[in-house]
Ligand binder design. Structure first.
Ligand code: MN
Length: 204
């Protein structure tokens, strides 16, 4: 089965005005779709048309096939990003809330650090909240790189590519980050990822 473009877990206008329907229509319907289509082509060329997205990412990395890796990793990153956002926002719960207080001091401090790292990140990439051995950290990946295969488990991510915010905020990445971190992060998703034994996988 070829990989599918997963549906957004909310209506296209649900994140406005921070992220408009226009942005989501293009970002999800064009950018993410293109990554999926190119990954399906690459998977066919690699005789991996039946493989999971995680298997395709790992194989492309092993072979040093950078175009296939970049498209497959971006297909994964965007699926994870859609789920990292929610119009309901919310707050971290349970063990994740306790780990945030232990490792960052407070949710406010984590939010400040996440925003600062996202602002300073040079050019395109992703900023992540991740976990290893119960310890939380903020991570950055450049361009299409991903935490999907790494030894750190991603809990949340924010897309730092200009296509994520340019229509709504022009060049002002800090405004996009403030709006997303201030009320659109899906802390229930992060709480579930923190509690889970394994890593989130792209729905196949
Ligand atoms: Mn993107």
């Amino acid at each position: 089965m070829p990989l599918k473009l997963i549906s957004l877990p909310y209506p296209e206008d649900a994140l406005a005005p921070a992220i408009s329907a226009d942005t989501l229509r293009t970002h999800h319907g064009k950018h993410h779709k293109a990554y999926i289509d190119k990954t399906n082509k690459a998977a066919e060329a690699m005789a991996m048309a039946e493989a999971s997205l995680e298997e395709i990412i790992a194989a492309a990395k092993r072979k040093g096939d950078k175009p296939a890796f970049d498209n497959a990793a971006q297909a994964w990153n965007h699926g994870f990003y859609w789920h990292s956002l929610s119009p309901a926002g919310g707050k971290p719960q349970g063990e994740l809330a306790a780990a945030i207080d232990r490792d960052f001091g407070s949710l406010d401090k984590l939010s400040q650090d996440l925003k600062a790292r996202g602002e300073k990140h040079f050019a395109s990439g992703w900023v992540w909240l991740a976990e290893k051995g119960g310890k939380l950290s903020i991570e950055e990946t450049h361009d299409g790189d991903t935490l999907a295969l790494g030894d750190k488990k991603p809990l949340l991510t924010i897309d730092l590519w200009e296509h994520a915010y340019y229509l709504d905020h022009k060049n002002e990445r800090p405004k996009y980050l403030a709006a997303v971190i201030g009320g659109l992060l899906d802390w229930e998703f992060a709480t579930r990822n923190f509690a889970a034994v394994g890593m989130w996988t792209y729905p196949g």
